[in-house]
Design a protein around this ligand. Sequence first.
Ligand code: PMP
Length: 416
Amino acid sequence: MSSVVVSNYAGSLDIAAIRAAFPILSTTVNGKPLVYLDNGATTQKPQRVIDTINEYYTRHNSNIHRGVHFLSQYATDAYEVTRKKIQRFINAKHDHEIIFTKGTTDGINLLAYSFGKSSIQPGDEILISAMEHHSNIVPWQIMCEDRGAVLRVIPMNEKGELIMEEFYKLLNSKTKMVAITYISNSLGTVNPVKEIIDAAHQKGAKVMLDAAQAIHHIAVDVQKLEVDFLVFSSHKMYGPTGVGILYGKEELLNAMPPYQGGGDMIKTVTFEKTTYNELPFKFEAGTPNIEAGICLGAAVDFIESIGIDHIAAYEEYLLNYATEQIKQIQGVRIIGEAAHKSGVLSFVIDGTHPYDVGVLLDKMGIAVRTGHHCTEPVMNFFKVPGTIRASFAIYNTKEEVDALIAGLKKAVMMLL
Ligand code: PMP
């Protein structure tokens, strides 16, 4: 896979050079070259991220924000550089609007708890959508139960697109939060988030975008979107696991109580009364995942070295090519045929179980995900037990799509 010809791709990315930056891509699985198409679950890591982890533990390991000594200050600076890089990457107004979390799930739990406590009264409504990841369902269910609020769901159509007329009907003055995925992890649908944000704001509701599947595929500009909160995970954007980001508008974060208590989030502590630290530290209790925070900065550098718009264009080409090619396989039903999609091709094949297809592909070195993708309501809606999901990243190639198609043809022959 070293010299990759990308026919029909009008851009000028050197995909072979990009692939060379990912050591894992030259490994073999079951004696076959690895074809990694499970990027929706997590992306592989470029050498510069791996090197940064190594360098941190070899030369800079220390706890942050507290020490006066050289190593502590070095680690603190490196960690805070990532905050600034993320601020720039998503175009936030202030760096203290960038809260480090453990990941998307952690960010949504923080928000649901803290916003729920400060802003939700019995009878208030939270709007989510029919295509949410469990991470963007369950924390709101827990919060609604706690606060006596009502969870409402924007339905979708057979193509996997939100039914916007229904959204407008559901949105009302009791709606306090619209928490919605930017891009669906099981369907690939890109939702009309700007329209949703503008409509929600007109009714006085806040909006949280789950950008777990968007942040590494398309440009995200929080000021342009005017979104109130945004969450994502480092590990899906070429960075390490165990760290993620909650962005929130300063005035909204200031109005929310802390989620967890402990070190770093306090100003002063006595047994009688504790005063809380300022943003962002109010929401960052305890020693964070320092190494991952620093390395997330290296992941942002990687993305910016290519350019998010180039990434979006190339991945769109790959998805279109894969979508076209998969139709050759008899009995394929694509799950998720929205007009605007990114990153994900989900499908089922008549007479086969997704799990069996996944196991056979694995024998050929092809990694796809099978199952409900943490979106059981989506599977129930489409009346399937699960799907086979190929999800793309910048290092995938047309040849890998061809390998997937050939592998699927073989699998189908063996199973039917
Ligand atoms: N939301 C979406 C849309 C996702 O794709 C994922 C991960 N599959 C999550 C939330 C949860 O992310 P994490 O497990 O990194 O917290």
